[in-house]
Design a protein around this ligand. Structure first.
Ligand code: 5GP
Ligand code: ZN
Length: 146
């Protein structure tokens, strides 16, 4: 086993070396309660294969992992009538708040506008003109895999 997997906290949870409150498991993913419980029911969906971040997924793994999200989300929502929404988040890279470098998807049940959890988007459209949007668009298209 590679050192990366040996020392990885989520690989240890997947191998059962560290306990977790597992809510779903199959051959592709393990879903367990996030220790921090930002909101009650906060769950992590983790591919059993050690992949660092979204940039390391191949199409097959992505389709298998992401296909499982809705049913896990539905079970969490159904578990508590106070859950009226859910944020689904996936952090990639330290700058984007990733702290465990085994890819995982956060399922964050929402109860009210005052939940102790916030995502704040900024509208910067006033500082963008057509040329600026187009330059970004062209560069992304140029790098898109077939
Ligand atoms: P990230 O910041 O990488 O997007 O999220 C990592 C998450 O893993 C955090 O929300 C943190 O609470 C959770 N976490 C870290 N260590 C453990 C652990 O040992 N067990 C569980 N269940 N969650 C963990
Ligand atoms: Zn791992």
């Amino acid at each position: 086993m590679a050192d990366e997997e040996k020392d990885c906290i989520f690989c240890k949870i997947i191998r059962g070396e560290i306990p977790s409150y597992t809510v779903y498991e199959d051959d592709v993913v393990k879903a367990f309660l996030d220790i921090s419980q930002n909101t009650p029911g906060h769950t992590l969906v983790v591919p059993k294969k050690h992949v660092k971040d979204i940039f390391a997924y191949d199409d097959e793994l992505a389709s298998e992992v992401f296909a499982r999200i809705p049913k896990i989300a539905r079970a969490i929502k159904a578990s508590n009538p106070d859950i009226i929404g859910m944020n689904i988040m996936n952090n990639n890279g330290r700058v984007a708040y990733q702290s465990v470098f085994h890819s995982h998807i956060h399922l964050l049940p929402r109860y009210s506008a005052s939940d102790p959890f916030e995502i704040k988007f900024t509208d910067n459209s006033a500082s963008y003109d057509e040329a600026k949007y187009k330059k970004i668009q062209d560069s992304i298209i140029k790098h898109m895999e077939a």
